[in-house]
Ligand binder design. Structure first.
Ligand SMILES: Cc1ncc(COP(=O)(O)O)c(C=O)c1O
Ligand SMILES: Nc1ccccc1C(=O)C[C@H](N)C(=O)O
Length: 518
């Protein structure tokens, strides 16, 4: 509510401004010495996009992927069915992505295969590695895991006759925290590991961007007799992985995020050699599985017999169907870019980009806090109603920070993604949240593409293959400008959607929703 006194008072002080030129100069210097800068030539920005920060959701198209897809289309045109056995030899085409995939996840070639999609692979692998008994049937996931994983584990518990409420355990961060402490996970394992049949955690958490300590967690859980699988959707191509050495039982991933193999791209799977080495695969120790003809030994596959299922050694033995060659071609081209880049160099550049982004976001948060404090002080002096002004001042003190990075500050505990929470969260009644409005302003007015996840987080994927340090500076500058106009945009959009909305004109920015819905 605007008071008479406020209406005639001098305007609130303008916020202190940053010296962007110093930041930009530093960023340009970093870009000038970036040995990965030439990789950007493989990618084009989508129309209207200046900075693409959604590679954690759908990576941009690498030119070699498109070229190889076109090549396979042409071979299909020219060879028809003969292409299975000659020329491109589609029967064994998946072999061509095996070595680069193995390099990325730290596995032997035997242990990896490109097949299906992520959730399908998780199901296949859980069918093999979730072996509940009445004394040990729990599946542990992280709280707030990607919904598909939560649905998938529930369905496995149900399939084996266990009720989700007792079978599914969700590990939660400590109160007031957004990320899990490794020590807390290890303490849980020490105390309750004997009840757990399977750990299925995300390598990198999709919401917070936290990279879990896969090695120590896997070792501790396995020591308690648990099976350990990892969802590497946000980890593969993003962080260093040593799945074999860490003793991971199984893992699955998708290839449309950091791997850039295209929308709905073919997924991947890892099975540790202790479960699939040639001597195991042909023995009674071979894990039971949901099988199909493509997992069968190629020597008997075309004998057209159903009684002759001999799983191929390695992760290949989990294949069901003949794979989609066009998708494998896209993955092949996408992986060629990783071989040129080398994952350890990408990891180092991602740390550099995110460290710069964190520093700039911290400075922006400081400026926003200063603005908020100045506005609150101004309201206290000129707000007319003393009690209300004091209350506003106190609210500004107590309010959550205007922006808050959820992702760990230690670069070894994150990949290329930073997740940022914006205060205040939207009103539950509103069809558009404030952070979502911010995402639209960033895209529409600044060409900065980030994504929004309910209720109040924007994810910034600083993919090192095509992001420059100068883009980081541009992003934070765009964010600061967007924050200035987001509330107006939000109210306009809410009104356009037919809602009756009124503005709190004397509010302190970044402490309360700017509007009221009637
Ligand atoms: C962590 C995680 N798991 C699972 C999925 C679902 O994957 P898909 O649709 O490829 O099965 C996603 C993304 O969509 C994800 O981010
Ligand atoms: N494949 C998609 C298709 C449409 C929309 C989103 C996705 C995602 O992949 C979401 C992603 N897994 C996430 O981390 O939110």
């Amino acid at each position: 509510a605007t008071t008479e006194a406020a209406a005639s008072a001098p305007p609130p002080p303008s916020p202190p401004t940053s010296p962007p030129s110093v930041e930009l100069a530093e960023a340009l210097a970093l870009d000038a010495s970036d040995e990965l800068a030439t990789l950007r030539r493989h990618f084009e920005m989508p129309a209207g996009v200046n900075v693409y920060l959604c590679g954690h959701s759908l990576g941009l198209m690498p030119a070699p992927a498109a070229a190889l897809v076109r090549e396979e289309l042409d071979l299909w045109l020219r060879l028809g069915e003969r292409g299975h056995f000659t020329g491109p030899n589609w029967l064994s085409y998946h072999e061509r992505v095996r070595a680069p995939l193995a390099r990325l996840v730290g596995a032997s070639s035997l242990e990896v295969v490109a097949m299906n999609s992520l959730t399908v692979n998780l199901h296949l692998l859980m069918a093999s590695f979730y072996n509940p008994s009445n004394s040990r049937f729990k599946i542990v996931i992280e709280a707030g895991a990607f919904p598909s994983d939560r649905i998938a584990v529930r369905s496995h518990a149900a399939l084996r006759g266990y009720d989700a409420a007792s079978a599914i355990v969700e590990l939660r961060p400590r109160d007031g925290r957004d990320t899990l402490e490794t020590a807390d996970v290890l303490a849980y394992i020490a105390e309750r590991g004997h009840e757990v049949a399977l750990f299925l955690l995300a390598g990198v958490q999709y919401y917070s961007g936290q990279l879990f300590e896969i090695g120590p967690i896997t070792a501790a859980a396995r020591a308690q007799g648990c099976a350990v699988g990892w969802d590497l959707a946000h980890a593969v191509g993003n962080v260093p992985l040593r799945l074999h050495e860490w003793g991971v039982d199984f893992a699955a991933w998708c290839s449309y995020k950091y791997l850039n193999a295209g929308p709905g791209a073919i997924g991947g799977a890892f099975v540790h050699s202790r479960h699939c080495a040639p001597d195991v695969a042909s023995s009674a120790r071979a894990p039971r599985r949901l099988a199909g003809w493509w997992g069968n030994d190629p020597a008997v596959r075309f004998q057209m017999r159903a009684d002759a299922f001999v799983p191929q050694p390695g992760a290949d033995g989990w294949q069901l169907s003949n794979p989609p060659i066009l998708q494998l071609a896209a993955l092949r081209g996408a992986l060629a870019v990783f071989d040129e880049a080398r994952i350890e160099r990408l990891v180092a550049k991602a740390a550099s980009l995110t460290t710069l982004a964190l520093a700039l976001l911290d400075r922006l948060a400081e400026r926003l806090r200063a603005t908020r404090a100045a506005d609150a002080a101004w309201a206290a002096r000129h707000g007319g109603d003393g009690a209300r002004a004091e209350a506003a001042d106190a609210a500004a003190e107590r309010a959550p920070p205007p922006l808050q990075v959820l992702t760990p500050r230690d670069p070894t505990h994150r990949g290329a993604q930073l997740s940022v929470r914006f205060a205040p969260a939207g009103s539950p009644a509103a069809p558009l949240d404030r952070a979502e409005a911010l995402q639209r302003v960033l895209a529409g007015a600044h060409g900065v593409e980030v994504d929004y996840r309910r209720p109040d987080v924007l994810r910034f994927g600083f993919v090192p293959l095509y992001t420059r340090h100068e883009d980081v500076v541009a992003t934070v500058a765009a964010l600061e400008a967007a924050l200035g106009g987001v509330d107006e945009f939000l109210m306009r959009t809410l009104r356009e959607s037919g809602l009756r909305v009124s503005e709190h004109s004397a509010r302190i920015p970044h402490t309360e929703a700017p509007y009221e819905i009637h």
